[in-house]
Design a protein around this ligand. Sequence first.
Ligand SMILES: [Zn+2]
Length: 211
Amino acid sequence: MQEPFSVLFSLCNLLAHKWGLRLLRSSLPANYPFLKYYLGFGYCGLISWTASIIFHTRDFNVTEKMDYFAAALSIFYGLYYTPIRLFRLLDDKDAGRKTEKESVLRIWTGIVLIMYVSHVSYLAFWRFDYTYNMLANVVVGIIQNLLWSVFSVYKWKQTRRTWAIWPGLIVAWIVLAMSLELFDFPPWHGMLDAHSLWHLGTVVPTIWWYL
Ligand SMILES: [Zn+2]
């Protein structure tokens, strides 16, 4: 096993998603419109962290690609469901606007799907460009983080409820954890490096997200 701590912390993330999926199923009614989108987030998490466990166990060309493509899947999925949730694209309270929302949802699904397929195709068939890959993930990540932060501020002003600031805090936590990647240091005992701590850092916000 090449990077035991990255494997261990990836496993913690995997278990957090497994636990979260069970929580969603037991606490939300089966006909709750957003349920399948939340479950989708959980399944993307399972795929990403499984790929991460495999990659950090053995770094081969194929395991590296699987890890990058699976991680992008989760990040692009985050971009996909965020506006669906924030702009309530599934709400049919105002029946007159239902079809309008349905077509927006369909177009948005198409756009994100094309973005993800192009991203993976470029890396797989054109050039495995590390700089582009990181930039794409950071940009897609920042867009959804900004959306959630603005939502948090807006909801807080509106409701003054504690839950309203949760998304903002989760986003801040993730950004802080991600900054570990920038402060790279020599691995402690050749094992515990900044990248593994980044994986450790996402466990708590994952659990928090499901709450
Ligand atoms: Zn990793």
